[in-house]
Design a protein. Structure first.
Length: 72
């Protein structure tokens, strides 16, 4: 997942409109970020939830896999 897609997903999770999140990026080279923003505008709550889960899933896995030094 590109950082652009991650940015759009996290922005949506924080309540920022997906189109606003896209507009904050100078350029969007990743079509997945655009696709995620489009899906987040869906009238279907289920489709928006699925898009958000698909966008945030990889981020959550990266955080879970990271050694954050909690044992230190």
């Amino acid at each position: 997942m590109s950082w652009e897609t991650s940015f759009v997903a996290m922005s949506a999770a924080l309540g920022v409109d997906a189109e606003v999140a896209l507009s904050l990026l100078a350029t969007v080279s990743d079509p997945e970020a655009k696709k995620l923003a489009t899906l987040m505008k869906s009238a279907s709550k289920a489709q928006r939830a699925q898009a958000l889960a698909l966008g945030l899933g990889p981020i959550a896995r990266e955080i879970a896999a990271a050694d954050l030094g909690a044992d230190a």
